[in-house]
Design a protein around this ligand. Structure first.
Ligand code: GTP
Ligand code: MG
Length: 226
């Protein structure tokens, strides 16, 4: 396999310098945009870490179990734009994709999800673009999570950019369920009747795990109230 490091000099040798400059000039806005999304991820992750720190001081427990972040790969960006018949340009990425920057916050309890979402949305530099509450209204397959599309400013050398971030908040149980569901959605070679049995079982598990979340939250509140 050709090493990545070797590609650039080989391409450079094949095309003249002017062509190379054109390629690099066109890549630069994309590289910059991806860097902005990365900065926005850091910004939002820090916001959640700050809230976690404050709550742990005040209530002696952490509402956040873990935070996972991801920057959508260029490959997935191109696939999504192509699928939706949209132009593949930096402008089109900014306008049409809400999930290039993703932050997933995993909490122990459902009430922490709403608490954190409220605290985040109260911050005056956070603009809410869209809410999808799949906890109050689970998807037909049983998927539960609270999704927020927000815009946060990032401050550069001499300008400010507003960048979109998809925030998914879920409990440990919802996350556990979603990863199993994700595995099933990627398996394309399961016979249809077998797949529908698995989907039904997953739906039952979603209900059972939601009941468990509720019972555990009730117990936690009874302990805290003592
Ligand atoms: P995309 O799926 O990203 O094109 O956007 P959408 O408009 O369908 O947004 P939605 O908010 O419904 O879902 C966005 C993300 O939530 C997905 O990329 C997944 O990470 C997660 N998600 C949504 N539905 C499911 C589901 O049924 N199962 C699992 N495992 N994850 C889901
Ligand atoms: Mg997505």
């Amino acid at each position: 396999m050709i090493k990545q490091k070797l590609i650039k000099p080989v391409v450079k040798a094949l095309v003249n310098n002017d062509v190379m400059d054109i390629i690099e000039d066109n890549m630069m806005p994309l590289k910059k945009l991806m860097a902005y999304y990365n900065c926005a991820i850091m910004q939002v992750e820090t916001k959640f870490n700050v809230l976690n720190e404050e709550f742990s001081l005040e209530y002696d427990r952490n509402p956040i179990e873990s935070i996972k972040t991801r920057l959508k790969s260029l490959d997935s960006i191109v696939k999504k734009l192509t699928k939706r018949n949209l132009p593949i340009t930096t402008e089109s990425i900014k306008e049409n994709l809400n999930d290039v920057a993703g932050v997933r916050v995993i909490c122990s309890f459902t009430e922490d999800i709403y608490l954190l979402a409220d605290c985040l949305l109260q911050q005056d530099d956070v603009k809410l673009i869209q809410v999808k509450d799949y906890i109050k209204n689970p998807k037909p397959n049983g998927y539960r999570s609270l999704h927020l599309i927000i815009e946060v400013p990032i401050f550069l050398k001499d300008e400010k950019k507003n960048i979109r971030v998809e925030v998914q908040l879920r409990t440990i149980a919802m996350d556990f369920w979603a990863s199993l569901d994700h595995k099933l959605s990627y398996k394309k070679d399961i016979p249809e009747d077998e797949a529908s049995i698995l989907k039904r079982e997953l739906l039952e598990c979603a209900q059972a795990s939601s009941d468990l979340d509720q019972r555990m939250e009730d117990i936690k509140n009874r302990i805290v109230d003592k």
